[in-house]
Design a protein around this ligand. Structure first.
Ligand code: V4E
Length: 220
């Protein structure tokens, strides 16, 4: 592709009353708090999410999270690594258009003019908002490790933490996994089961049929 992007490697964890204290103890520095309003889009048939592609509008910008080549080929490695997810984060709108069109492959795509600034591409591709929520996020960094830790509180009542490392395309994924593993250890995270993300909880409540399908396809 002619565009470059980042890969976000992350591990989710359950927050509890001790999480903040623990973050302080390990030297994590709060780098900001924000309200994040997300709107997720897909076709009514869920073409994108059934391919593990997550198109969203956040702070007025479009973002597409999609699987990396390794994730698609099912490569996983050791158990600790399987607690982590890795997704490409695409923020270039032309690149997002290309990838979304490629997946949806609709006949009418040839008629569409995607160079427009307006949002007619959404209706041309029949994309509708299927999830919308706001998250209160506190972000922390572990400077020496290049790790960011986010504590998220979604407005529908779900609390979740994330340890994340951004690498550039083709960057050192093993090093990222190692940083996440070390951070998890410092935080005393012992559980070895995957923690649900905000979207899991949201879809389970609001789109139970689609949620069940994503589970059965091993996307969630
Ligand atoms: C990739 C993905 C979804 C899109 C939302 O991603 P997530 O990291 O959960 O949200 P958020 O708000 O923390 O985004 P950030 O600010 O970090 O970019 S929804 C479901 N997925 C797939 C997925 C998965 N299969 N397993 C886990 C643990 N997470 C996400």
């Amino acid at each position: 592709t002619m565009f470059s992007f980042f890969v976000e490697v992350e591990r989710k964890f359950l927050c509890n009353a001790d999480t903040l204290k623990k973050l302080e103890e390990i030297g994590a520095v709060c780098v900001g708090q924000q309200q994040i309003h997300d709107q997720y889009f897909d076709t009514p048939e869920f073409h994108l999410t059934l391919r593990d592609m997550w198109l969203r509008k956040r702070k007025g910008c479009w973002e597409l999270k999609c699987p990396t080549a390794e994730a698609q080929s099912g490569k996983q490695g050791e158990a600790a690594a399987s607690l982590c997810t890795r997704y490409k984060e695409i923020t270039s709108l032309p690149e997002i258009h290309l990838r979304v069109k490629e997946v949806i492959k609709q006949d009418r795509e040839s008629e569409a003019d995607f160079s427009q600034e307006d949002e007619s591409w959404l209706s041309k591709l029949d994309l509708v908002c299927f999830a919308e929520f706001t998250t209160a996020r506190c972000s922390f960094t572990l400077k020496e490790e290049g790790v960011q830790i986010d504590l998220d509180q979604a407005d529908f009542g779900y609390h979740v933490g994330e340890i994340e490392v951004l690498i550039s395309e083709g960057g050192d994924e093993q090093a990222a996994l190692e940083k996440i593993r070390k951070t998890a250890e410092k935080l005393g995270l012992t559980g070895d089961q995957r923690v649900k993300g905000k979207m899991d909880v949201y879809l389970k409540r609001n789109h139970p049929e689609h949620y069940a399908k994503l589970l059965s396809e091993h996307i969630l």
